[in-house]
Write a protein that binds this ligand. Structure first.
Ligand code: GLU
Length: 434
């Protein structure tokens, strides 16, 4: 397939009707992909290749429950594209997991790794389960059996999982151990987001939030808005939202609202993020925090502020609430917080969106550093990790914003264009193995 051989092709232009169901993640992702592909005048063969996942694995996972009963769960692992390197992406344990969603998220990982230009393809995994009602032993047995079910795809050179929704470093340790027992030697580089003591990287846990801070700072700079006068509302107070809020406050910004699943708190004068963290550490939930006004998660999204940082769930900014968004900048800490329909509204309103595949790429960037450190057997100090992360985030921000400006498109489409171009370039160079 040659770039010069441009034939008339059948890329559908995503006019309003083409944006299908707001909630369908694969279609939402593909509508942006199609638009960016058309802007790039992508070769029709490459277009077809990049619209399909390379491999989808679905496994049944029998688990012996503590009660003595057996339950059978369903798990997926999707390798979307591996042209640039090993497939990379998290594993989530959630009742909402579907093969379609995992496929969309695997495609997202492909674009995300390409946007920050790290040598990985994209993957995602998921098990349909509710870990909040399972014991640690049940979760361990589920993790190990799932790992064993997908073991053919796994490996430091082929497919490298990481934490995602409802999974953590403990789960990564079990995956690493199960894989290593099968290989008969310890293979640390098969997962990232591991505990530091077994080959994890310093700074990995904070990396997604830290990356959000870097790109928010760059976006404010680009719009000539001083960070000291920026009011920031953060939806989600987990690993991403709480770290981003802490670091942005350190930079001088005023965090006016935060939220978790129990609701939000608003304080126009600015919250003391450390104090909120201490409250959550003790009480587990934000609800009841005294130094602010209680608000709902929906209210948080439309507060008066300079920066809105959705760092929790997918599809929270929709065609229904996008007209009411008051923020000048939306920095997407979560994967897919804005629907395709809402994109068009935000664009019309002139909102500067830092898209998810750039904004939350700090996590996978430090996963890359972890993989490099494991393979080299030489570990970096935290300052080295953070400064290398900063360099990549700042450069990627520039590249995305410049691509968007050059083509007169949104940052999201600019990010897709940058990513698709990088993935397509490798396909062109490698050629097609028939
Ligand atoms: N699950 C994270 C993401 O969506 C991290 C993936 C990784 O580090 O491989 O970006």
């Amino acid at each position: 397939m040659c770039a010069d051989a441009v034939q008339p092709h059948r890329i559908i232009r995503p006019d309003k009707d083409h944006f299908l169901s707001e909630e369908n993640p694969f279609e939402a992702m593909m509508s942006r992909f199609d638009f960016a592909a058309e802007k790039l005048n992508l070769d029709p063969g490459l277009y077809k290749i990049l619209r399909h996942p390379e491999k989808q694995v679905t496994v049944s996972i029998p688990v012996l429950l503590d009660s003595g009963e057996v339950e059978v769960y369903t798990g997926h692992r999707v390798l979307y594209n591996t042209s640039r390197g090993p497939a990379k992406g998290g594993i989530r344990f959630d009742l909402a997991v579907t093969l379609e969603e995992v496929t969309a998220l695997a495609a997202w990982m492909t674009w995300k790794c390409a946007v920050v230009n790290i040598p990985f393809g994209g993957a995602k995994g998921g098990v349909v389960c509710d870990p909040s009602v399972m014991s640690p032993g049940e979760i361990e047995r589920l993790t190990r059996r799932y790992t064993s079910g997908i073991i053919e795809t796994l490996g430091p050179d082929s497919d490298v999982p990481a934490p995602d929704v409802n999974t953590n470093e403990r789960v990564m340790a079990w995956i690493m151990d199960t894989y290593s027992m099968a290989k008969r030697h310890t293979v640390t580089a098969v997962v990232t987001g591991k505990p530091i003591s077994m080959g994890g990287s310093l700074g990995r846990k904070e990396a997604t939030g830290r990356g959000c801070m870097f790109v928010t700072r760059e976006a404010l700079k680009r719009l000539d808005m001083p960070i000291e006068r920026a009011r920031i509302a953060v939806q989600g107070f987990g690993n991403v939202g709480s770290i981003a809020a802490t670091l942005l406050q350190e930079q001088g910004a005023r965090i006016v609202a935060v939220s978790d699943k129990s609701g939000g708190i608003y304080n126009e004068a600015g919250l003391d993020v450390q104090d909120v963290k201490n409250w959550v550490l003790e009480k587990r939930l934000l609800a009841g925090y005294p130094d602010g006004e209680a608000i709902t998660n929906a209210e948080l999204l439309t507060l008066p502020c300079e920066v809105l940082l959705p760092a929790a769930l997918e599809n929270v900014i929709t065609s229904k609430n996008a007209p009411d968004i008051q923020a000048r900048i939306v920095c997407e800490g979560a994967n897919g917080p804005t629907t395709a329909k809402a994109d068009a509204i935000l664009e019309e309103k002139g909102v500067f969106v830092v898209p998810d595949i750039l904004a939350n790429a700090g996590g996978v960037t430090v996963s890359y550093f972890e993989w490099v450190q494991d393979r080299g057997g030489y570990f970096w100090d935290e300052e080295t990790v953070n400064s290398r992360l900063e360099r990549i985030m700042v450069q990627s921000f520039e590249e995305v914003a410049n691509m968007a400006a050059r083509h007169g498109v949104t940052n999201r489409i600019g990010a897709y264009m940058l990513a698709i171009e990088r993935v397509a370039e490798v396909h062109r160079l490698r050629g097609m193995y028939a």
